[in-house]
Design a binder for this molecule. Structure first.
Ligand code: NAD
Length: 276
């Protein structure tokens, strides 16, 4: 299984499809990530807040896959905003992952109420200079948060990882990011199973036409939109299904019909008001 890569604005490349591990229980993480690696995934998306970096690290170590064939993302949690706390949080994540560096380090949420994300971003710039993160980016940033980074710091984030699925397709933020050279990663790409995405007619019809599952249609819609996508599943069968999305193309008509499903409907928190 060859997953295409996207070149980020700093010249590094990222596999366009990865494996997300939000809500993968720590005791199960090593086994589940090992299964994902066996299924062909080479890009794993974790976070300090998920509590499962150790299991991810063990799965990577026991896989025997060379480090340069793996892409590992982790994220700085909200309690660690600040200069020294960000540097310490990165070191703690690297320790838990058993790695010398990650491919991508993200500020998990902007937490504008704390007003420390600009300072934290400068710490990530330092971590990139120090070689602890090959690429740096943000998550859950709105246009106004990105504008502040652009006004007050020197580095454009390589990535903004945001909630994005057909009912919440984030067209304005995608257009802005394209103009700035920021790659968009879709979290909750399948809507986290929180609404009947797969029953929507545009998706069900495309699945029928191509002889694939509705989940495969949705993942294909992300890929054909140039988005990086990190679906999560704990079942080996669905892991295999979710990476088997490179053998068909949605037509322009099908893409437009799925675009039409946008309802501005979040399944997660609004970054402007989140206080966890
Ligand atoms: P998701 O949209 O990937 O949904 C996962 C759920 O969809 C699974 O638990 C399963 O119930 C279902 N599913 C998966 N494959 C399926 C299939 N083939 N058929 C039917 N159902 C299927 O949601 P997610 O896990 O929240 O998001 C993906 C990843 O994004 C996370 O694991 C995490 O790495 C990342 N994430 C980041 C943030 C952030 O704030 N940056 C927030 C949430 C998630």
């Amino acid at each position: 299984m060859t997953v295409p890569t996207i070149t980020l604005n700093d010249g590094n490349t990222i596999p366009q499809l990865g494996f997300g591990v939000f809500k993968v229980e720590p005791p199960e993480t090593e086994r589940i990530v090992s299964e994902a690696l066996e299924a062909g995934y080479r890009h794993v998306d974790t976070a300090a807040a998920y509590g499962n970096e150790e299991g991810v690290g063990r799965a990577l170590a026991t896989s025997g896959i060379p480090r340069d064939e793996l892409f590992v993302t982790t994220k700085l949690w909200n309690s660690e905003h600040g200069t020294q706390s960000a540097i310490d949080a990165m070191d703690a994540s690297l320790e838990r992952l058993g790695l010398e560096s990650v491919n991508l380090y993200l500020i998990h949420w902007p937490r504008p109420d704390m007003d420390r994300y600009v300072e934290t971003w400068r710490a990530l710039e330092q971590l990139k200079t120090d070689g602890k993160a090959a690429s740096i980016g943000v998550s859950n940033f709105h246009v106004n948060h990105l504008d502040r980074l652009s006004d007050e710091t020197d580095t454009v984030p390589a990535v903004n990882q945001i909630e994005l699925h057909p009912a919440f397709s984030q067209t304005a933020l995608r257009t802005y990011a394209r103009g700035k050279g920021i790659a968009i990663e879709s979290w909750g790409p399948l809507g986290q199973g929180k609404y009947d995405l797969f029953g929507r007619e545009a998706i069900a019809m495309a699945a029928e036409a191509h002889g694939v599952t509705p989940a495969q249609v949705v993942l294909r819609w992300h890929l054909q939109n140039g988005l990086i996508v990190i679906p999560k599943s704990s079942s080996a069968q669905r892991m295999a299904e979710n990476i088997d999305v490179f053998g068909f193309d949605l037509t322009d008509v099908e893409m437009t019909a799925i675009d039409g499903l946008d309802e501005g409907r979040r399944v997660g928190a609004d970054p402007d008001t989140a206080t966890f």
